[in-house]
Design a protein around this ligand. Structure first.
Ligand SMILES: Nc1ncnc2c1ncn2[C@@H]1O[C@H](COP(=O)(O)OP(=O)(O)O)[C@@H](O)[C@H]1O
Ligand SMILES: Cc1ncsc1CCOP(=O)(O)O
Ligand SMILES: [Mg+2]
Length: 248
């Protein structure tokens, strides 16, 4: 007997957004040094509480108090690799969901090897852009997300597309990293990781479309995007969400 798995919907995205705003989940980010502020702002305006330390002495306590963890490989050195291994161990032991963003794994064999090592440690989600995810056709039991003009999400049984967003997202550094933070906030309130991630991407995508109406170009878009993320609600999500079943 086959089990009917739930598919994402605009209504579910609106409900989860309201839950994030009500519950204010803590999201710990091991975030690259390029877009720490933008990512922390994105988590905050959507309703979560970010923390960003990457200190070896502190990371265990921060992850233990977080509801979800973001592991972003954008700026990586030997010390950060050790902090990431420690953070992932604490998250796994406590059953906290974590998302891996293998930023620029297509640029460096050693980074790709590390990203593959981490994928073997059981992230709930692996998300990257098209070039990165081409190297992650296989992501174990994780939900696999390839973002771009259309986002594609897949787990063992489901495959969906999110067609929201705006081309200026690709012109602002850090929108992908920020979506990782927002996805983590949604994972903290929803155990079905594909539903959580699709809902988060609908929220970021619709917010980007609303922001683009107010902006003059990528610079003002980045600011307007944060404004929209803080204001977007059920009405806009129900009107603008473009979620498609990818098996069709
Ligand atoms: N041309 C586009 N049109 C609409 N949305 C886009 C476009 N390019 C990227 N996005 C969105 O921007 C975010 C970052 O995606 P992407 O550029 O693929 O990742 P990264 O920033 O990691 O390279 C995603 O939410 C994606 O949906
Ligand atoms: C440019 C750059 N270099 C190292 S991390 C980083 C930011 C990447 O951000 P995103 O993948 O979200 O555009
Ligand atoms: Mg990226």
């Amino acid at each position: 007997m086959s089990v009917m798995l739930e598919l994402p919907s605009s209504l579910r995205a609106a409900t989860l957004l309201a839950q994030v705003r009500a519950r204010r989940p803590r999201v710990h980010c091991l975030m690259n040094t390029v877009v720490q502020k933008f990512t922390a702002d994105g988590i905050t305006v959507v309703g979560g509480i970010p923390s960003m330390t990457s200190s070896f002495e502190e990371i265990g306590s921060f992850v233990a108090k977080a509801d979800a963890l973001v592991v972003n490989l954008g700026t990586l050195d030997a010390a950060r690799r050790e902090v990431i291994r420690l953070a992932v161990g604490v998250a796994n032991a406590a059953g906290k969901p974590w998302i891996l963003d293998p930023v620029h794994c297509d640029y460096s064999p050693s980074r790709l090897a590390f990203a593959r090592e981490l994928t073997g440690l059981g992230p709930a989600i692996v998300r990257g852009n098209t070039a990165e995810m081409a190297l992650f056709e296989e992501a174990g039991s994780a939900v696999r997300i390839c973002t771009g003009p259309v986002d594609r999400l897949a787990d063992g049984g489901r495959s969906v597309r999110i067609a929201n967003g705006h081309r200026w997202m690709a012109a602002v550094t850090g929108t992908g990293c920020l979506t990782g933070g927002v996805i983590a906030a949604f994972m903290a309130v929803e155990p079905d990781k594909l539903i959580a991630a699709a809902s988060a991407l609908v929220v970021t995508g619709v917010s980007a479309e609303l922001a683009a109406r107010e902006a003059k170009g990528p610079g003002s878009f980045g600011v307007a995007f944060l404004d929209s993320l803080s204001e977007v609600g059920a009405d806009e999500l129900l009107l603008h969400a473009r979620i498609e079943d990818d098996r069709n």
